[in-house]
Design a protein around this ligand. Sequence first.
Ligand code: MV4
Length: 461
Amino acid sequence: MFKKVLIANRGEIALRVIRACRELGIATVAVHSTADANALHVRFADEAVCIGPPPSKESYLNVPALLSAAEITRADAIHPGYGFLSENAEFAEVCAKCQITFIGPKAEHIRLMGNKVRARDAAKAAGLPLLPGSPGVLKSAEEAEALAKDIGFPVILKAAAGGGGRGMKIVREPRALAQAFATASAEAVNAFSNGDMYLERYVEKPRHIEIQIVGDVHGSVVHLFERECSVQRRHQKLIEESPSMAVSPELREEMGRVSVEAMKAIGYSNLGTIEYLMDEKGRFYFMEMNTRVQVEHPVTEQVTGVDLVRTQLLLAAGEKLPFTQADLSIKGASIECRVNAEDPVTFAPWPGKITAYSPPGGYGVRVDSAAYENYTIPAHYDSLVAKLIVTADNRDLAIRRMQRALAEYVVQGIRTNIPFHRAALQEESFIRGEYDTRFVERMHASETGTQRLRKAVEETP
Ligand code: MV4
């Protein structure tokens, strides 16, 4: 096992990794920007190294500074968390060159999944279901037009280097396609220095369902069932849950089985998440794969009893999977609300000093956060204040427990989206489990939705 792990991240995920290391008897090194000198991850780690000024490019993304920090502290592994360098294949390679274990999958798989066209082709070859679309990269507007006529409209153009909602364009009629292709490709060159595009049939009201995968370096792979992440705004997830109301036991078995088979086929190891779009008929299609630990991993931990970050560390050290598929099942229901420092109505970021802080607790409540009273949330990074996770025997009780926990939560001095969550969890479509990726849009457009939101703002201290 590793003797010392450097955590190339900040905030709640840095704490999550530090805690897992401590339980394994592994020493930890925190790195931080000058803006994070008072951050909790710095205090929780055994050692801390300042790696640069506030902008991420000069600190948390600064590869030479990170490797120097690892070298001077004699760390033998780096955990990248999520975001930052977690899906950077070059970083994973340079770690290996420096004899430092990158805690994650092979660089080859990070690179493969980072290119959405190659990922799509690999998914198809590995037996995953795809929407009808272009094989490989689109070579011209004419090719796109011919394909779209076969597939039928609407279609969606996506950038090979995009992902997570960046570099996409929906096209609803044949005469709009050539222009859309030119614009989207030019935008992709601008944003990613890669104008490669592909095309798929567009699904109007999809659900976002993802399968958690875990593999060891000896070829064993299992799945840890699904998470539903359809409550999003501008591709930022707000509420995640496991299990999904849209997934029957039979569908769960099938989605899990094909996902595991695909990962075995490509020789994938460590944690991974296969994202699927689900249409109104419950058919599922490969969308993208994430090659990191995800923000929403706790809901899976809560219903399976598997510590995913501990498992990630064990697998990176070469250990065999400590469980088989037959050992795994879902117990109860878990929901996560992402508490962000933002206006609950407009979603405008609202960093600043937390003047009063009292998190909820009690049975079935978990708060993954790096916030504390008098802490100032810097404006340089994401707006996540806390992940509030509840677990219960069934989904109805989980929703009630979440409402109870949200009502207990005191965060003063900044604005948070706690009122948004209180209102969202009152939506009939959420309660029934009949929602899709347009949920937030619909809630904001409805009279009762906005009324509940206003009332929740008033009731939140
Ligand atoms: C789609 C789609 C509909 N049809 N692809 C958004 C994120 C990126 N991973 C892919 N995305 C989508 N791809 C086809 N063929 C709709 C979306 C989409 C979406 C997907 C998941 C969760 C929220 C979303 C919000 C808008 C669009």
